[in-house]
Design a protein around this ligand. Sequence first.
Ligand code: AMP
Length: 394
Amino acid sequence: MADAFLVVNAGSSSIKFSLYIAHAESLGLAVRGQVEGLFTSPHFAAKNDAGAVVSEKAWGEGAKLGHAGALDHIAGFIRGELAEHRVVGVGHRVVHGGLEYTRPVRVNADVVAALEKFIPLAPLHQPHNLTPIRLLLERQPGLAQVACFDTSFHRTNPEIAQRFALPAELHDAGVRRYGFHGLSYEYIASVLPQHDAQAARGKTIVLHLGNGASMCAIEACASIASTMGFTAVDGLPMGTRTGALDPGVILYLMDQRGMDARAIEKLIYNQSGLLGVSGISSDMRTLLASADPRAKTAIDLYCYRIRRELGSLAAALGGLDAIVFTAGIGENSAEIRARVCRDAAWLGVELDSAANARGGPRISAAASRVSAWAIPTNEELMIARHTRNLLGAA
Ligand code: AMP
């Protein structure tokens, strides 16, 4: 019987999971899947390492499975289908670890209570991240659980990079730049030495360009600045999020348009970004395939904002050795990578178009002063590694 680690990523309407089998020196993905539409039309699907569907179930329109029901189904699936493995630990993705949690932590009731205090800092994600932890603590108190945070990797940011120019009282109360996508950046930092040892010791900007998007300045494998701030709505425009927005716009919307906090939240999180600008789609593939000028404007703005943030993060680093593209758009869109690299020519990036079209991993010319890479991220594996390391050390 092999030891296995379950990775859980719970959101408001879905629970994603991955099961890793422990080998001597590595972790192998056995199966991954999700239950989506928890409160509307629940649907479960699991795929093996090769991407083949191994199990599927739909509960039908209007069924309300909730997090507890979904977790039960996932647990039953793992018990039934993978009887030769023994789950020895569960690793959870938790968006906010505040200032306190600079690394993953084994959870108990006290830790859950501490993490609940961060709900006001991430109301859209934190409560849902904590739900399966609480459920498992109740139902299987003997099962070891580890919380891994999207903020932890950025705790190495210098104090000045964390600060808004707000009165000190607000800073002390926790209104500061935290940064997110930390598990993705940590994974990239962990594999960068295999690709470019010099950059791993030096200065790198990682572009996590997915449905959510951010960029991170990394020096000697530690985060020193990122584009996301107090919340995951700051920085780059995303699929449906605005990215950086003059706070005066929010005041205007309240005063002149009579919008309240909930309406503004919907606008800046769900109705803006690529979707809002194009009026067509939040999906980069759809926009790239469209001849509509509004799609072009959305893509132009996206690339323009990346170009500006590249300059800003290179300035924070005081130089640049490498840039790394990752996540859905970064890993798959040669077109966006080519545009960003062309815009970064002044920083010393020289694209190898053929290598970029092939998908990398190295996409810069041999003579490029700054190397460029396309490297798939793996946040789930990062969580599984942390869970194994922490439990092994316990
Ligand atoms: P993620 O959140 O990392 O899954 O990334 C989702 C985003 O990646 C969506 O905007 C997709 O349109 C985009 N994406 C995935 N594949 C491609 C592709 N081949 N070309 C352009 N964008 C892609």
